[in-house]
Design a protein around this ligand. Structure first.
Ligand SMILES: Cc1cc2nc3c(=O)[nH]c(=O)nc-3n(C[C@H](O)[C@H](O)[C@H](O)COP(=O)(O)O)c2cc1C
Length: 192
């Protein structure tokens, strides 16, 4: 019989993100971040292409990015009621890690599989963050899909995309449980 890792299972069965707007300083130190990033990089990746990379955003970088948002919102006709929320995602954050979907030329591994791997990295980083006792939240937002924001603000190459921003900090209050999927609606058991 297999020997369960009960602590790991308990974590996976109860894990819950902490909304970014409820996260505060202090944030993990560099050694802790190295550990969280090591856990995130230990992610399935067809062909060992490593088709992703990280950009760690500290407070000054977050402030600079927040400063780009009003002009980009005007250029993209973003509704005014969405503006403050998108600015505060950066302005009020103390730490966020960008997981970049960074495709590698391959005859064997389709780009979509590389993107799945980048998504898996996002969840691994989030889970490592939560398992280490920090609050974490996987966010996107319209700016994360804006090429100007990505390339001028973050230095992404034209073929790179943001898979996710993982906001990390100290949680101030645990959110209520979120309704979880009804497995009866999600699982097909094929016996033949
Ligand atoms: C790719 C991706 C982007 C997301 N972007 C946002 C976002 O911009 N704003 C938001 O409120 N939630 C966003 N979410 C949802 C939250 O990260 C998360 O799924 C939700 O808070 C529940 O998380 P939990 O299952 O860890 O508790 C996003 C999720 C994914 C997978």
């Amino acid at each position: 019989m297999p020997v369960p890792n009960q602590a790991a299972l308990d974590f996976l069965l109860t894990r819950r993100s902490r909304p970014a707007k409820t996260l505060r300083a202090p944030v993990p130190d560099r050694a802790t971040l190295d550990m969280l990033l090591s856990a995130a990089a230990r992610t399935p990746d067809h062909g060992k292409l490593e088709p992703w990379r990280f950009i760690v955003l500290g407070k000054p970088a977050l402030a600079r990015l927040a400063g780009m948002i009003p002009d980009r919102a005007a250029a993209l006709n973003i509704a005014p009621d969405k503006l403050e929320k998108s600015i505060s995602q950066y302005r009020d954050a103390d730490l966020a890690i960008v997981v970049v979907d960074s495709p590698v030329a391959s005859e064997k591994v389709p780009k979509v599989e590389q993107t799945y791997s980048a998504g898996a990295v996002c969840l691994s980083l989030l889970n490592a963050t939560l398992a280490a006792g920090w609050g974490g939240n996987w966010l996107s937002g319209w700016a994360s899909h804006d090429r100007v924001f990505c390339e001028d603000g973050l230095g992404l190459a034209p073929d790179e995309r943001i898979a996710g921003l993982i906001h990390i900090g100290t949680e101030t209050n645990a959110p209520p449980e979120r309704p979880r999927p009804d497995l009866a609606q999600k699982v097909t058991w094929l016996d033949a």
